[in-house]
Design a protein around this ligand. Structure first.
Ligand code: GLC
Length: 478
């Protein structure tokens, strides 16, 4: 039996804020389903946000103390099994019983504790993995501690390591002055984590890991260049023999228009017209005119500029003025965008709904109702929304970058056949986004073509199946 231990800061359905949580919550089960000979386990912080529903299913395995520089901190271990995957939760209320998962002044210390405790836990529970698979900067120190402090201990010598970059923008950068006091590293370890005069935890993990992966093949190429690497291009170039890209999948059980109990009417690729019941239901819910014969364009996104929102804001006023379409925006983030969309709704009360919040169930209802889904990201490691939208029969309009490039190909017709599964563009320009959005609207108004394309989009495989096998191959190669 091959033993894999995932370590990361969040996982659905226990506690999650974004795409990392989706992946940590669905990839382990997909790996275990793809190969019965792989035992995948996951270690997470026990955040205050983890609900009683899950807590009541946990077993307390014991506790130990974790030394972090001069600190001695309690760590309790709880576990539960879900979909054949064992989840371990590390309990320390001082660090994790807070209102948010991240964004605290002491995140560096919190995740240093988490990483050290996770490595200690391996010995405590006696689950020595063949591969320790760490995700994003919050888990980076686990690989660094393993190499600098634990390799001499029996059971830890031969653990292989993988580090997955979900978004290179967030690297875990700190002042070198806290190397010893907070991160419990010595001057001898400086060369591992130092980069550009700071501590850079992601860089340290890239250097220590046997393999570095990222969440799409295209992004794996992009992050070797300065345009995408947020300063880490040199490190990735030097470590490029370790680097590979594996496209994410989505949880096909959770994102399923045929069984989702939270939408007005279930539908599938063979009953696309039922989708329009969901459109009427959404129009009623948000207060837009109820009309099946007008396309709903939607944006479901964190309102951050790298999501390409500047392109949308530049072109959307004219778009709404000129075209028969409705627009629904769901998300929160930078104040400029929130106020822009709120103003847009005021300018077009019959056409635009700006929902400046995040709500997963509402997101599902919007996906089910959407005809055209905009995602013009400046950079996108993988992106999951374009896949979810596709599964719900929305036509994606995406920029050709990262995982968007790998998952959505442009529509064209040849030999009486339709090719592609969306409308894409490369130039980061609002005029081009506008043109492709118009193309999508034009196609939508041609019912025959619309139905053929939606059928194709809904049956494109975005499940974890193929990618889970690629992960297993990667583990075997170690
Ligand atoms: C990050 C990336 C996103 C990716 C997700 C899961 O949130 O920004 O593109 O899909 O991680 O890997």
């Amino acid at each position: 039996m091959k033993k894999i231990l995932f370590i990361g800061a969040e996982a659905m359905p226990f506690a999650a804020t974004g795409g990392l949580g989706d992946v940590m919550g669905s990839l382990p089960a997909a790996i275990s389903a793809a190969d019965g000979d792989v035992d995948v386990r996951v270690v997470l912080p026990l955040y205050g946000a983890v609900s009683e529903k899950w807590r009541s299913q946990m077993t307390f395995l014991g506790h130990f103390d974790v030394m972090l520089a001069w600190r001695r901190q309690y760590c309790g271990i709880y576990s539960l099994v879900k979909d054949n995957v064992t989840y371990y939760f590390l309990d320390n209320e001082f660090y994790f019983k807070r209102d948010t998962l991240y964004g605290c002044f002491d995140d560096g210390e919190r995740f240093a504790f988490f990483c050290k405790a996770a490595i200690e836990m391996i010995g405590f529970v006696g689950y020595y993995p063949d591969v320790l698979h760490a995700h994003d900067w919050q888990a980076a120190l686990s690989l660094i501690y393993l190499d600098t402090k634990y390799r001499h201990i029996s059971g830890y010598e031969n653990i292989k390591t993988v580090f997955t970059i979900h978004n290179i923008e967030y690297q875990g950068k700190y002042d070198l002055g806290i190397l010893r006091e907070v991160f419990d590293l010595s001057d001898w370890d400086t060369h591992i984590v130092e980069y550009d005069g700071c501590i850079n935890l992601m860089k340290g993990a890239i250097v220590c890991a046997n393999k570095v992966s990222t969440v799409s093949p295209r992004y794996a190429e992009e992050i070797k260049s300065a345009e995408y690497a947020h300063g880490l291009e040199k490190v990735l170039e030097e470590n490029s023999c370790k680097l590979c890209g594996i496209l994410n999948g989505i949880d096909y059980n959770f994102y399923d228009p045929e069984t989702n109990g939270g939408i007005a009417k279930n539908f599938s690729a063979t009953s696309i017209y039922d989708k329009y019941e969901n459109k009427i239901a959404l129009q009623r819910e948000v207060g837009l005119p109820e009309n099946k014969n007008i396309p709903i364009i939607s944006v479901i996104s964190r309102l951050a500029s790298h999501k390409g929102l500047d392109l949308i804001t530049e072109m959307v006023y004219n778009l709404m003025y000129e075209r028969d379409a409705q627009l629904v925006i769901l998300g929160k983030g930078e104040a400029v965008y929130e106020s822009f969309f709120t103003d847009l709704e005021r300018a077009f009360p019959e056409k635009v709904k700006a929902l400046m919040t995040y709500d997963r169930d509402l997101a599902n209802r919007i996906y089910a109702a959407t005809d055209i889904f905009l995602m013009p990201s400046k950079s996108e490691p993988c992106g999951l929304s374009q896949m979810i939208a596709s599964r719900y029969g929305a036509i994606p309009v995406t920029r050709e970058t990262g995982g968007l490039y790998d998952s959505i190909k442009s529509y064209y017709e040849a030999d009486g056949q339709i090719h592609g599964n969306g409308f894409t563009f490369f130039d980061y320009s609002s005029a081009v986004l506008r043109r492709r959005t118009d193309d999508a609207i034009d196609l939508w108004y041609d019912e025959g073509k619309r139905m053929a394309l939606i059928g194709k989009i809904m049956t494109t495989d975005f499940s974890w199946k193929a990618s889970a096998i690629r992960y297993i191959e990667m583990y075997s190669s170690l």
